[in-house]
Ligand binder design. Structure first.
Ligand code: SF4
Ligand code: SF4
Length: 420
């Protein structure tokens, strides 16, 4: 065996831990995970069966950790994994897995396939098999501060404009504020109306908040690329700012994986509990609703459906707040069949939206058909969501299918109808 072949296998061997071993051993090959994955349901291609996406990792597990596998390898019945194979496998590990977690939910033996894909990505990242779009987004986040390369002066300019539009000055680096507000670059660039909405609601509710000039970015490309070291650098930036400014809470924005990264992965990444609490913006808004602070002057009349972002709802556990908030503002809210923990992904989570090859974009358009059907079956002209990444991916899908569906952010919708 050549040194480079051995290196590839050894790198993948390094990411196999006890949970991964037990998941491979437990799989009963029932195929239920396929029916839960939008890449399979929308294409019918068996290569998109979730457990199959992990095949190179399974082969290394078998070859390195089982007696039969070692024997098969010895007599040449099982081939070592090659660099070329991992290159080809990028499509199955990155383009066609959004880490949405729907497959993990249906697996009868409890295999956490998202965990497995994440570990496989770790091996892919170390061995240099990461799509360019995700690699460069991660590099920009670590070196400049955010995946889109936004620098603080540009962000400060957006905050200043939001202040002018709302008459509410957005505090920066204010020590002792209750909330440190995080933003995602996608919101800053594409949906600054989210920032205006927050300013309006916080002003009305009398909430003290601040933005940190050295830690405004919520997204964590390190998690998407599959590198715990980079993910730790990005999380530490937020933790340092929150502790320096002595805030009580860090507020995660309308961004799915940012919430998972800071709320659920963060303390493990830095190896200690936070000295503050992490709250998702919808959790805070629902608390305000329950206290009677989030009163509406009127309601949104057109029939609409809600798209639940996977990382906030199914994986993040913010299950009830979105439903309660949409009912607060929408007169004709139509709950769809697969909602909350059973929602279908937008097709661009887990870093997939950062991959801009022709094939990846065609696949995203194909799997968007599931959202298209949901909109058509409900017969609505409006869809609401609360993740900037979902929103941009779904806008592309709507454009692709030339649909006139209006796409709105939940926080903005609430702010628009907020009592004066
Ligand atoms: S996490 Fe989602 S996209 Fe990835 S394999 Fe499972 S169901 Fe498919
Ligand atoms: S659902 Fe679970 S047990 Fe069934 S094939 Fe998929 S991973 Fe294996």
């Amino acid at each position: 065996m050549s040194a480079s072949l051995d290196k590839v296998s050894q790198t993948l061997k390094g990411v196999i831990d006890a949970p991964i071993a037990s998941y491979f051993e437990s799989c009963v090959h029932c195929g239920l995970c396929a029916e839960a994955c939008l890449f399979y349901t929308e294409t019918g291609d068996p290569k998109y069966t979730p457990i199959h996406k992990l095949e190179p990792l399974r082969r290394v597990y078998e070859q390195e950790f089982t007696l039969l596998g070692r024997l098969k390898k010895l007599v040449g019945l099982s081939r070592p994994i090659t660099d070329d194979e991992l290159d080809q496998w990028q499509e199955l590990v990155y383009d066609s897995c959004t880490l949405c977690g729907r497959c993990s939910l249906v697996c009868p033996v409890g295999n956490d396939i998202v965990y497995m894909v994440r570990k496989f990505r770790e091996g892919m990242a170390v061995s240099g098999h990461v799509p360019d779009g995700i690699r460069s987004a991660t590099k920009r986040t670590v070196e400049i501060g955010g995946p889109m390369g936004l620098k603080w002066p540009a962000v400060a300019n957006v905050l200043r404009k939001a202040g002018e539009a709302t008459g509410v000055t957005i505090p920066v680096d204010q020590e002792g504020a209750d909330y440190l507000v995080l933003l995602s670059s996608m919101e800053i660039v594409n949906y600054p109306e989210y920032i205006e909405a927050l300013a309006r609601i916080f002003n009305k509710a009398g909430i003290s908040f601040t933005v940190a000039s050295d830690a405004f970015e919520a997204t964590n490309a390190g998690i998407q690329i599959g590198s715990s070291d980079l993910a730790k650098v990005i999380v530490s930036r937020i933790v340092d700012a929150a502790e320096r400014l002595k805030v009580k809470y860090v507020l995660s924005p309308e961004c799915g994986h940012a919430y998972m990264a800071i709320r659920w992965e963060g303390p493990n990444l830095i190896g200690r509990p936070f000295g503050f609490e992490v709250v998702h913006v919808l959790e805070l808004l629902d608390e305000l609703r329950q206290k009677g602070v989030l009163k509406m002057k009127d309601t949104f009349k057109d029939p609409l459906i809600l798209h639940d972002p996977c990382q906030i709802v199914r994986r993040g556990g913010v299950l009830q707040a979105p439903d309660a908030l949409i009912r607060q503002v929408a007169e004709n809210y139509i709950p769809i069949a697969d909602q909350q923990k059973w929602n279908w992904c937008c097709g661009g989570g887990g870093g997939a939206s950062a991959i801009h090859t022709e094939e990846a974009e065609a696949l995203r358009a194909r799997v968007f058909q599931i959202k298209k059907r949901q909109i058509e079956e409900a017969g609505v002209g409006t869809m609401v969501t609360f993740c900037a990444n979902c929103r941009i991916v779904m806008e592309e899908g709507l454009d692709h299918y030339e649909m006139n569906t209006k796409l709105l952010g939940l926080t903005e919708l609430l702010a628009e109808h907020l009592e004066d």
